[in-house]
Design a protein around this ligand. Structure first.
Ligand code: TYM
Length: 345
């Protein structure tokens, strides 16, 4: 019997942030540690998803390889034979299945996607078909490998739900073609989290920390100079209430720093809150979070510097070959279902 698949992807449009690290890299690495052997782990770079909004294309190829290095620096063990790292565009079945799924996906449901609405608002002079079609390509990414578990941050939950809807619709029409990924609630409990994670912008804590934001102070990049990152935390937006509380509604800025502190220190939120909530020491607390972030970045960047291209390329090419085989099998099932290929061999 083939193993159950855990799969996630991180776009290479911009340098990843602390939000990407805590929302997607960490859960994937933890799962590898916990489940290695029992599950197949697919960690890939959706390079085709990386220019649904405008980017500097001269950096895309390099950024894609760098992103894969970040997985390793975050602790992903490349020696594990059940772990695969790959680039989406190197497996043509992703694009081919997207077209088939497109023909079973409604314009109305795509128009309701929150991320599309937000991003098309930001880039309203240049909303592309790629941005609109983004969730369908993401559905293909997941369905091609029969993945059930998709560790992602909260902003991607709607895309997992639409993947389930598209796959269920297809299966209802054609029989058991696709494995349906688990619902987002089950995904969260599989990640051993109470809720989907959303690390906030440092300058507007009502929004998520986003790698595509042009406000440099709003985000901590994994390649930030630790001293620069320290300053970003010290100047993060908080409030004038004067007492530290864990309260997303009334004090989102300070609450977001409490959240970052807990996630980076490996302590529970309750432990961190017990130390700081109720105190008035905003400056001291910010300095403690800044230290935590700077130390994390120093360690992370030291690990990153030790990873060579050769180490990575060897694993990448082997993984991509195997992924073409697996994805090709699913694509063929879908092609037979819609009548593009014959049932008879
Ligand atoms: P991307 O590159 O925008 O984000 C990568 C991952 O980081 C998570 N994330 C966050 N988590 C917590 N707090 C934040 N502030 C934060 N910002 C980002 C995202 O939820 C995501 O898990 N569409 C995906 C890429 C993708 C994919 C897939 C993922 C393409 N195909 C198939 C899983 C399965 C995305 O937005 O990546």
């Amino acid at each position: 019997m083939s193993k159950s698949v855990i799969l996630t992807g991180i776009r290479s449009n911009e340098e990843p942030t602390l939000g990407n690290y805590l929302g997607a890299f960490v859960p994937m690495v933890q799962m590898q540690k916990e489940y290695a052997g029992d599950y197949q782990i697919n960690m890939f770079v959706p390079d085709l998803h990386s220019f649904t909004t405008p980017i500097d294309h001269s950096g895309l190829y390099r950024n894609t390889l760098n992103n894969l290095k970040y997985f390793v620096a975050a602790g992903l063990d490349l020696k594990n034979p059940h772990t695969f790292i790959y680039r989406q565009s190197y497996i043509p079945a992703h694009s081919e299945l997207t077209w088939i799924l497109d023909c079973f996906t409604y314009v109305g449901e795509m128009s309701r996607m929150t991320q599309f609405k937000e991003k098309s608002g930001e880039h309203n002079d240049s909303v592309t078909m790629g941005l609109f079609n983004y969730p369908v390509l993401m559905a293909a990414d997941i369905l091609l490998y029969n993945a059930k578990h998709i560790p992602v941050g909260e902003d991607q939950f709607q895309h997992i739900e639409i993947t389930r809807d598209i796959a269920t619709r297809f299966n209802n029409k054609f029989g058991d073609i696709f494995t349906i990924p688990e619902a987002t609630q089950q995904q969260t409990s599989f990640m051993k989290r109470d809720a989907g994670l959303r690390i906030r912008s440092l300058t507007d804590p009502t929004k998520k920390m986003s790698k595509s934001s042009t406000d440099e102070k709003s985000k901590i990049l994994l390649i930030d100079d630790p001293e620069v990152a320290r300053k970003k935390i010290m100047s993060a937006t908080t409030d004038s209430i004067g007492v530290i509380n864990f309260d997303w509604e009334a004090q989102p800025g300070i609450t977001s720093l409490l959240q970052i502190k807990a996630h980076l220190s490996g302590k529970s939120q309750d432990e961190v809150n017990a130390q700081w909530v109720g105190t008035t020491k905003y400056g001291e607390f910010k300095a403690a979070v800044a230290d935590e972030v700077a130390t994390f970045l120093m360690d992370f960047q030291a690990r990153l510097a030790s990873i060579t291209d050769d180490q990575l390329l060897y694993k990448l090419e082997a993984s991509e070959q195997e992924m073409r085989r697996i994805a090709g099998e699913t694509l063929l099932r879908a092609q037979i279902a819609v009548g593009l290929r014959s049932k008879e061999k």
